[in-house]
Design a protein. Sequence first.
Lengths: 120, 552, 212
Amino acid sequence: MSLLNPSIVPRKTYVLVWVALLLLLLANWGIAQLKLGPFNPVFSLGIAFIQMMLMLLFLMHVRYSTALTRVFVAAGFIWFVIMVVLSMNDYLTRGSVPGQMGNSWIHEHPTAPPVNLPKP
Amino acid sequence: MNATLPQTETEFTRTRGRVPSYFEEGGRTVGSWLLTTDHKRIGILYLYSILFYFTIAAIAAAIIRLELITPQGDLVSAETYNKLFTIHGTLMVWFFLIPSIPSVLGNFVIPLMIGAKDLAFPRLNLLSWYLFNIGGLIALYAVAIGGVDTGWTFYTPYSSAFTNSHVVTMVAGVFIAGFSSILTGVNFIVTIHKLRAPGLTWFKMPIFLWSNYATSVILVMATPVLAMTLVLLSIERIWGVGVFDPKLGGDPVLFQHLFWFYSHPAVYIMILPGMGVVSELVTCFARKPIFGYHFVAFASVAIALIGFVVWGHHMFTAGTSIYSGLFFSLMSYLVAVPSAIKVFNWTMTLYRGRIFLTTPMLYALGFIGLFTIGGLTGLFVAALAIDVHVTDTYFIVAHFHYIMVGGMVTGFLGGLHYWWPKITGRLYPENLGRLSALIIFIGFNLTFFPQYIMGYLGMVRRYHSYAPEFQIYHVMSSAGASILGVGYILPLIYLIWSLKHGKKAPANPWNATGLEWQTTSPPPKHNFIETPVVTREPYQYSPEVEERMIYG
Amino acid sequence: MAEAHEALAEQFEEMPQQTEASLLGMWTFLATEILFFGAMFLGYIVYRSTYPEAFAEAGRHTLILYGSVNTAILLTSSFTMSLAIDSAQRGRNRPLLGFLLLTILLGCGFLLVKGLEYSEDIHEHLVPGAHFTKELSAPGQMFWVLYWIMTGVHSLHLIIGVGVLAVVAWMAWGGKFSEYYHNPVLISGLYWHFVDVIWVWLYAFIYLINRH
């Protein structure tokens, strides 16, 4: 192992991760063919999450990186989660108070004529 | 470390008895400046650029204030007026305020302050300046071919479906300038992590570094969302279908969520660096260590972090849910706490200090007062019940100008004067400096305080004609604006004058602590002859010691 | 003092510092990319939670075969990229070049398959606008707006990635890298893997969760 490169990962690890990723892909495709109702997204996104973690930890070397690097990686996701959670806080609670606007913006029978869009 | 000086340096040193400055070494041609990777030269390039965009935006403001002297819309048409405040907002926010302290003072001072030879990525730094100007020129092109009338906020559906103005061109310019922000942020973050001099631990760093670090986190995490939002807006304008379109079941308010997710943290980009400057100024000119160093350092980070969860307070009346409003209102109260901690700590730093009322100090004191007023009114509007009445009125306009102009621009001028001897090797004329600071303070308050009153009384923003009962306030505001204009022009004149005729500055005219003062004024190209080693806490000032400062 | 490597920039004291700085810089940039793509994912999440049936109906028109093949291609390209990095770390230049070229090839393969898929989508009138298929509702069209934008932005990033890897391959061919210095390989590898991670999520959001 070189002094300058503390994270030389054994090639076998890469092979195992690659095979695991492909098997997970197969599983994901397979499960999507089944009708599992609300559990379909759970599996699809769950497997995507596992694939992402495998790539982050082993292929992008996060498992072998400093704590500082891990903080930076985590920060990206945390900020994304903040953006989604606080936006959905609005969308999921619209219409929960009587008199407040509901959750869909499209009218049953649109009466507005199509808009002639100007040049940008 | 360079064991030998390059050939030109030793000849220079032999004949002149001193090391060449960064002006003299590295080439003297225009080309050597346009292709420089020296952070000090890039800081100056940014100074020229932001001055250019500031001037255009200020002219737009002047026309606006001229129009508003009379209740009728008689100087310009409504559409032109809309385009004027759009130019003013867009240029001032993205092409003046956001780059001002970070890209001018930060670029220049940060490597010096941490004892490094340059930033981590000097070529990215130069790229950042070019992207900034490419974006700016595209935005100006949008103005030249007819402008945009949506306001700097580009709200859908007006911007996406109805306006006939050049939205896509304008947002393309902003999009490109956004990359400039991101690169600066990346550069500062990595530099502060990796290039600190031996002995410079995190808690020995001057607060200016903490503030710029916090600012860089915002630059990096918020700007990409703006970038994508502008892309989505452009797609909707160009192709007529998009994610904000009600005909597809889309929500125009989604644009506001995405826009303000960036733009609220952006306002912290437009105040945190100013706070960093103030921390440097009050310590130096009260001759005291900062009161509560750890609190001030953590408060900078807290402002950046909490600033990301308050954006919905710009949307209280937009049709978002009441629970959303509740949460954002609560968080908006919370974000005021670290800011208040800073104001308290600056005040306690001044207490029992040995006060020197230099030009930078006058600006710092102005900042503390004006920011406090602006921040306080922020708390007023964080309350849902009040915001419902004053949103989209001049109360809001006054609120943000107190913070951005009374705070940030004042801080920028203070920092510019403070580091001017270091940057240029010249002293500016101190009495003219103090006079200008006073004129700016008076002009500023006359311009913007009446706006609080008329906003509260119902004067709507972005209107070029109004009910006659508001005229008295508008006349005061416009009169103040002309005084403010004089106040800004004076430093332009005397600072340029000082370049040729100002007294030569010593290495440390203010007897300040900090590594940047340990090298010559102006510094050599590589900043330090030898890499400094830090052993002491920051701000080792003492109010008991009799001191002299060297004035221009 | 040891001889400074010719690639050591003057603001750094030694190569490990420069390498760490480069990696940290790339991770910071990738964090910005999470938010750049994240804004689109937010739009998707908002509208899918509002119109689940319309999205399901629209999602059933996606071509899962193309999507799955493309996922396999990209996952494999990440594997070859890792082997490229491994070769660089061991100072083995010819395998480095080989694996870089293989990665580029696989990236181009992805784009080819995507192109074929797009032409199929166009043929099926799944392009939002005046000619959009009448079979789907208005929110269903919203799904397809998001499809084109999200996969389009992703493909753009992939094209940039291919370009970056081409430059890195050219540098490798010029003998610029050794076991002591190969920062461009490391940071472009991070970027490439990231684009793959984004695709893994896109695959799930676009092709899988709406099938029923």
